[in-house]
Write a protein that binds this ligand. Sequence first.
Ligand code: 13P
Length: 253
Amino acid sequence: MRKRIVAGNWKMNKTYEEALSLVSEIDNMVKDEVNGEVTVIVAPPFPFLQSVGKLTQGNDLMYLAAQNVSEHESGAYTGEVSASMLKSVGVQYVIIGHSERRMYHHEDAQTLYKKLKAAIAQGMTPIFCCGEPLEERDADRHFDYVGKQLHDSLSYLSNEEFDKVVVAYEPIWAIGTGRTASSQQAQEMHAYIREQLSRMFDAEAAFNCSILYGGSCNPGNARELFSQPDVDGGLIGGASLKSRDFTDIIKSF
Ligand code: 13P
């Protein structure tokens, strides 16, 4: 069964105290206001994972994600965090291949493939991000661009490994810009992604894969986006830093 998911990517925001108040506000609102049909995920920065996780553990609907993971298992990789470390503090999901990591940290397709393998080997669910920059969309090459991103990192996974994966489509021109993809643009890309997945893996796995939309998603546009047949939820940046907005997005289903 395809899961409906709303995930909050906090990026590099919040201090420890702020992170704890944000997650406890979200926890209370979700308990009071959200029915059991949506999986809610929060992805705080690394240092806060364990403490935030203590709160998410007490809520049946909420799960904990990391924003990144090392492709290596362990050893002399200063500053890196391994999949087994994340697993050991209760992390269940990992964002992999966010455009900000591809851009600022030069993560290439092979590295992302290794990160996917590392997360899956520890029993965590990767949220694999793809999405085109503005010039590719303007040149009408966005389908090929995203198709290549999927193929170059995902196609080496087995069907069993792919069963674990969640995909997030985040057009770069919509991230943090206030400019959202229209629901039609999102739907046509999500349908294309699902079709590509069905060529790489078995059709049932592709059908069951949750494909999230990310990019200036907010309480005002979430309902329309989430009403599309191939949009199974959202990966939320800015609006996930405000408990009211984030909860209202969750309630848009
Ligand atoms: P915004 O919602 O701030 O546009 O960010 C989207 C995103 O990058 C989530 O990973």
